[in-house]
Design a binder for this molecule. Structure first.
Ligand code: SAH
Ligand code: SF4
Length: 343
């Protein structure tokens, strides 16, 4: 059995408590203290009988916490937190503030196996998947510095659907009303488009919102940006999205990062419209955020606006997402940029 109590669902905690011959309601204390109050040590769970706490510790049970190494604050209100993992890797988490609402952008892996050329995380060596505990602890640590968290987006380092079990478990933990109590519609998973995992997600009972990083309307263009496009043609992703929508009737967000003279012409925009026909989507256009070693540049603002116009005129709900947290390298695609080893 998993010895990290932060990884355990209420049901698993229940079984654990029974295994120790304790009353079932002790599982409730464990869950609430770990996930709602942010307890980092068994001794902070004061309602638990002392001998039960000792027994848990003697059997190797712990409450893991990430080690906060550094904090950064951008004048635009964005904050970034860097954590060290036990194995030595570093992950980053971002808190975006809108009025009095906080959105936390979570990492799901140390590094990423997808290797997108325009993304700093993609240039790092892949180390490992994060556990559900390591994913939710990012929220709890940000909460302790920035206050209540209203929205969670899995858009930090890593590909969430490449670590689906831990990601889904973390979403359930965050959603639990005895924990952080974040509404499932306030949780968004962003994927580079792994068709089989999109199918698995469609069949889940507790399903966060889905965002798909398309970035191109055709395979040739997409391959310039994302090596994963060689494995999964756009047709296979669109087919998975159609099935997803047939099963769930949920709107999907399409993310499209604009790189100058790569994927930003009106022709690309028109092709994108054709590709998305029949799907219920909203499109987020993202200005490419540069980092040292990034082979592409951002599209000029005028081009982004013109691209957006084509989509809007075709009836697609479209928004332009401007850079936030760029000065502290906390914007989309910049996480891990300082760890890249340049030759
Ligand atoms: N791996 C997932 C989620 C993390 S990346 C995914 O790819 O969807 C979050 C978003 O940032 C994705 O849409 C990704 O394409 C985008 N992104 C990556 N690098 C970027 C960059 N340099 N500028 C702007 N957006 C970028
Ligand atoms: Fe990984 Fe997403 Fe970055 Fe691609 S864009 S390398 S999938 S984190």
């Amino acid at each position: 059995m998993d010895k990290d109590l932060k990884n355990l669902t209420p049901e698993r905690l229940q079984r654990l408590v029974e295994m120790f011959g304790q009353k079932a309601f002790q599982a409730g204390y464990l869950f609430t203290f770990i996930h709602q109050k942010g307890a980092a040590d068994l001794d902070q769970i004061t309602p638990l009988p002392k001998d039960f706490r000792h027994a848990l510790r003697a059997r190797g049970y712990v409450i893991s916490t990430l080690t906060l190494r550094q904090q950064y604050a951008d004048p635009d209100g964005t904050r970034k937190f860097a954590f060290d993992l036990p194995g030595g890797s570093r992950i980053e988490t971002v808190c975006l503030r809108d009025g009095d609402r906080n959105t936390v952008c979570l990492s799901t892996q140390a590094g990423c196996r997808m290797g997108c050329v325009f993304c700093a995380t993609g240039q790092l060596p892949f180390d490992r998947n994060l556990t559900a505990a390591e994913i939710v602890d990012q929220v709890y640590q940000v909460r302790s510095h920035c206050g209540a968290v209203h929205n969670v987006v899995y858009m930090g380092m890593g590909e969430p659907l490449d670590n689906l079990d831990a990601v889904m478990r973390s979403a359930a933990l965050l959603n639990d009303e005895n924990g952080a109590n974040i509404g499932i519609r306030h949780i968004t998973l962003s994927t580079c488009g792994l068709p089989a995992a999109i199918g698995t997600l469609a069949a889940c009972d507790l399903r966060p919102r889905l965002a798909v990083s398309l970035h191109a309307p055709d395979d040739a263009t997409r391959r310039k940006l994302m090596p994963v496009a060689r494995k999964y043609p756009i047709d296979s992703i669109i087919a998975a999205l159609r099935d997803y929508q047939r099963q769930t009737a949920r709107r999907i967000t399409v993310e499209y990062c604009l790189a100058r003279a790569i994927n930003d012409s009106d022709t690309h925009a028109n092709r994108l419209v054709a590709r998305l026909k029949g799907l219920k989507v909203n499109v987020n256009l993202i200005e490419l955020n540069p980092f040292t070693g990034c082979p592409y540049e951002a599209s000029p603002p005028k081009r982004i606006k013109a691209f957006a116009e084509v989509l809007k005129n075709a009836g697609l709900e479209t928004a332009i997402r401007y850079r936030r947290g760029r000065r502290i390298q906390a914007a989309c695609g910049q996480l891990g940029a300082t760890q890249i080893k340049h030759p």
